[in-house]
Write a protein that binds this ligand. Structure first.
Ligand SMILES: [Zn+2]
Length: 643
């Protein structure tokens, strides 16, 4: 009898919601500290690597103790507050992140914290929709992915995902947009109170002759769900071919399910666009930023209690706490539409309407963003006031663009090219939203655009993919009017059919400076030649390049073998893709500029007509032919041409 009641008491204590707080490390050093008033009065010794953030379950008065630069520090912390270690003097100091409101009193928080138990979110997998892989294969892959994601969540916030089953589903071909597909999924797979239904679709969301995406952002929308704790989550398997991007995509969408919104910080999985290629970089730590981590922690504590199934079940005090945090996240990142949507759900005190899918698109870019605020981090916990450790630069005023009038080509090939061009514009806008010092630039920016073009082109009807990619890239990365105002009507008309004047203006305003081998002109030569080759043929495109250089020899710029090399490399890409269309799939996982264009640093440039004649004679001269042969050899030695 005694034993039973003791067990019952223990269970009760273990499931009562605890308070939470987050501690992150934004310094360059590993920090260690002791945290007390966690889990049954124990003291926890914690070590955080640079960039690591963790959530802790705490009682009413947690105390932290650490040593920095030979000095001991000890502070009482406030529950429901995000803290970070930031560089200070020779060591580091602890700071609280300023919130956009006062947190409610702590009366409801237990004086002793419950044990540090892991909370398990059960999921059931639904695959097969358009997936050419066998059931065994996709199920194995999806299970592995969940196992890997669980590692991240378990370490950061003691949450586990357990796959409890799998099944197939097939979507209605009439559902085209991610939100429509989610609705279809939810109508076919009944909502379960026991598990989250995660659907995967491998369908390309564009069918022959149809422009399905209503906005360019929808082309990169990786997942769709119905707000916090919605019972269905849909993921687009083939929006990327990179497995590490798929992992981050899953972290991102599962965090949305647990209440997280977007972050301006490019080093977390809550950045707006997880398909930006960062997943493949070693220095990027998959996981959540301190504020979203705290939000997720609060939702999970409510779930842990077992009485909360949706937003309408939250207690008033929890609602207030989440309100403060969502407002803070909104201040930090005003362009994100999600905090507003989630606040509305909290305050409506009702479940999201059936069929209502949250718009989890990247936020729309406003005309300006003067309301952008820095993350203010006062020395809430520490005695000394130190500078803001990591402050996302305020988003600079964005270029203003007049009303953008879309064109609407009826030809499927033109439509496919248009999708790529519009996605490059959308991508460029996303880049512009990033803090200046974190933006991709030069060759990296070009590589990102090439990858974007490959991903989007891969969703087009097969017979148009190459054109969509090459011509889309040629138009998309060119900010001159060399294609738009081309003397050849076939080129000019095509460009104008896929991009209106106002869309051109919009794209150029956001494009930035994509380069190849760190030169803007080489990038233009390359992409324009690749596009011309697809429109006119390889020989004709090479001839156009040669003619241009010969004409340039009479101008101050002079004849450039470097430009010519970029032209030939662009044309070679066309030839290669014609032979091997599958190469485009490889580009979807990313490609380096050095794989596309050889080094041209040692090639002669700026040759006047006189000097060109003296050194190379006419284009038929063996000396000139030798120089051209050298260029061709460089181009054919590129790894991409050897594949
Ligand atoms: Zn998102």
């Amino acid at each position: 009898m005694f034993r039973i009641s003791f067990a019952a008491l223990f269970l009760f204590v273990a499931t009562a919601p605890a308070a939470v707080l987050t501690i992150g490390n934004m310094s360059q050093k590993t920090v260690t500290f002791k945290l007390s008033s966690v889990g049954q009065g124990q003291e926890l010794e914690v070590s955080l690597e640079p960039g690591e953030h963790r959530l802790f379950q705490v009682a009413r008065t947690p105390v932290i103790a650490y040593e920095s630069a030979g000095k001991a520090a000890r502070f009482q912390l406030d529950p429901y507050t995000p803290y970070v270690f930031a560089p200070a003097g020779d060591g580091f100091g602890l700071q609280g992140i300023e919130l956009a409101g006062t947190m409610p009193a702590t009366d409801d928080i237990p004086a002793t914290a419950p044990s540090d138990a892991v909370y398990t979110v059960k999921v059931k997998l639904f695959g097969g929709d358009g997936d050419v892989r066998s059931n065994e294969l996709w199920e194995k892959l999806f299970r592995e992915r969940f196992a890997s994601v669980t590692e991240t969540f378990e370490k950061q916030c003691r949450v586990k995902f357990e796959v409890v089953g799998s099944a197939e589903w097939t979507s209605d071909p009439a559902a085209k947009l991610p939100a429509e597909l989610l609705k279809d999924f939810a109508s076919k797979v009944p909502a379960s109170a026991d598990y989250l239904s995660v659907g995967f679709t491998s369908r390309t969301l564009l069918n022959k002759g149809q422009e399905l995406a209503k906005t360019p952002e929808q082309l990169i929308q990786a997942g769709c769900l119905r707000g916090p704790l919605g019972r269905h989550l849909l993921l687009r398997e083939y929006i990327t071919r990179s497995e590490s991007a798929r992992l981050e995509m899953l972290i991102h969408e599962l965090a949305h399910h647990l209440g997280a919104v977007h972050s301006q910080d490019l080093n977390t999985s809550m950045r707006v666009n997880v398909l930006d290629g960062r997943s493949d970089r070693k220095e990027v730590r998959a996981g959540l930023d301190p504020l979203n981590l705290l939000v997720v922690g609060i939702w999970v504590e409510q779930l842990r209690g077992g009485k909360v199934r949706g937003p309408s079940d939250l207690s008033e005090v929890t609602r207030q706490r989440l309100n403060v945090l969502y407002k803070t996240l909104q201040n930090v990142y005003p362009e994100d539409t999600l905090p507003t949507a989630f606040i509305a759900v909290l305050n409506k005190k009702e479940k999201a309407e059936p069929g209502e899918a949250f718009n989890l698109n990247p936020p729309q870019i406003a005309g300006n963003s003067s309301s952008g605020q820095n993350l203010k981090i006062p020395a809430k916990a520490g005695p000394e006031r130190v500078k803001v450790p990591v402050s996302p630069e305020p988003i600079e005023a964005l270029p203003s663009v007049g009303p953008v009038v879309p064109v609407n080509p009826s030809d499927p090939r033109e439509q496919s090219i248009r999708q790529v061009v519009r996605s490059i514009t959308a991508r460029a806008k996303l880049h512009r939203q990033q803090p200046k010092d974190q933006r991709l630039r030069s060759d990296e920016l070009t590589a990102d655009f090439v990858q974007t073009a490959a991903v989007i082109a891969g969703q087009m009807p097969e017979q148009h993919r190459r054109s969509a990619f090459l011509i889309g890239l040629g138009i998309g990365l060119d900010d001159s009017k060399v294609l738009r105002d081309n003397p050849l009507p076939v080129v000019r008309q095509l460009c104008r059919a896929v991009e209106s004047d106002s869309e051109f203006g919009e794209r150029v305003a956001f494009l930035g400076t994509p380069t190849m081998r760190y030169r803007r002109d080489l990038c233009q030569h390359y992409v324009v030649s690749a596009a011309l080759a697809d429109i006119l043929g390889a020989k004709e495109a090479e001839a156009v390049g040669m003619t241009k250089e010969l004409l340039d020899s009479r101008k101050p710029s002079g004849f450039s073998f470097a430009d010519l090399c970029a032209d030939y490399a662009g044309v070679a890409l066309f030839t290669k893709l014609k032979e091997q269309p599958k190469l485009l799939d490889q580009f979807q996982a990313g490609v380096r500029v050095s794989e596309l264009l050889p080094s041209v640093a040692d090639l002669p440039e700026g040759l006047t007509f006189k000097r060109f004649l003296a050194e190379y004679g006419t284009p038929e001269d063996p000396r000139f032919q030798k120089a051209i042969g050298d260029i061709r050899q460089r181009v054919s030695a590129l790894s991409v041409n050897k594949k």
